[in-house]
Design a binder for this molecule. Sequence first.
Ligand SMILES: Nc1ncnc2c1ncn2[C@@H]1O[C@H](COP(=O)(O)OP(=O)(O)OP(=O)(O)O)[C@@H](O)[C@H]1O
Ligand SMILES: [Mg+2]
Length: 286
Amino acid sequence: MRPLIDVNGLHFSYLNENFGKEVLNDLNFSIQQGEFIAIVGHNGSGKSTLAKLFNAIFLPTSGTIFIDGIDTLNKELIFEIRKQVGVVFQNPDNQIVATLVEEDVAFAPENLSVSQEKIGEIVDLALEMVDMKKFKKSAVHNLSGGQKQRVAIAGILAMNPKCIVFDEPTSMLDPVGRKEVLDVMKKLNRENKTTIINITHHMEEVVFANRVIVMKDGEILKQDTPRNIFSDQDLLKKSGLLVPQVTEFLNTLCSELALKKRTVLDVDECVEALAEVLGGEKIGDN
Ligand SMILES: Nc1ncnc2c1ncn2[C@@H]1O[C@H](COP(=O)(O)OP(=O)(O)OP(=O)(O)O)[C@@H](O)[C@H]1O
Ligand SMILES: [Mg+2]
């Protein structure tokens, strides 16, 4: 099957004071429609730059990126590319253009000269997807960070994209807001088969991906499942990545008890492993 995103021999340098410094150095990978990808890596590894190359905000210095078969260098089809790949950034305040929720979500279809009746349908559907329909008539500035970020996502959904790239969308949010946004990503991937690319520093979010791309200094160190990534000690050391807290907890326990290591990804897996470690013995306060 033709990949939704196909990156070949991609190099990128900024055309300013950093000119000549390879920010992305020979990236080669593809992403299929419906995948849930996490991109992780230390500060400055090139993740945000890559996000902007996915929807042709930046263009390759050399090499190519094809989006659903369209070369991002094809200027005539740039609008088509931007419709297919939406990007949600860190700060929702920079992405929201209107005062009222419904006006903001209607912004893109209005610019596409969609009929008013159809716009109403699109706005309702998009707000429903992110569970914000009841705030349709609300002023954006009264919303919480997580709610604003969900309005920004609805604005992108109004263009019916095949892929949404999230560039650290939860880093300015509290735990509640972070969960709200993550739940939307999971729902879009599950119900709409939207391809999700989540760039994140939160390792707890990485476990929901089917594939993790680990970057360092403009290169891809490894792409694999979350479990294989979190059990690769050399990689973790090399990339300076931490593992989720539950993974760390069980690692430490196993090494303390001189047991063979097992990589768990969530609380349920950790509880299951603990039950085995404890051999069914009852523990309690009494
Ligand atoms: N507008 C710019 N002009 C010149 N250099 C830039 C620009 N934006 C980023 N860079 C440089 O490009 C490299 C990659 O930056 P980028 O922001 O893509 O990394 P990142 O992985 O997203 O980092 P972070 O985790 O901090 O968000 C860094 O060395 C950075 O200093
Ligand atoms: Mg970044």
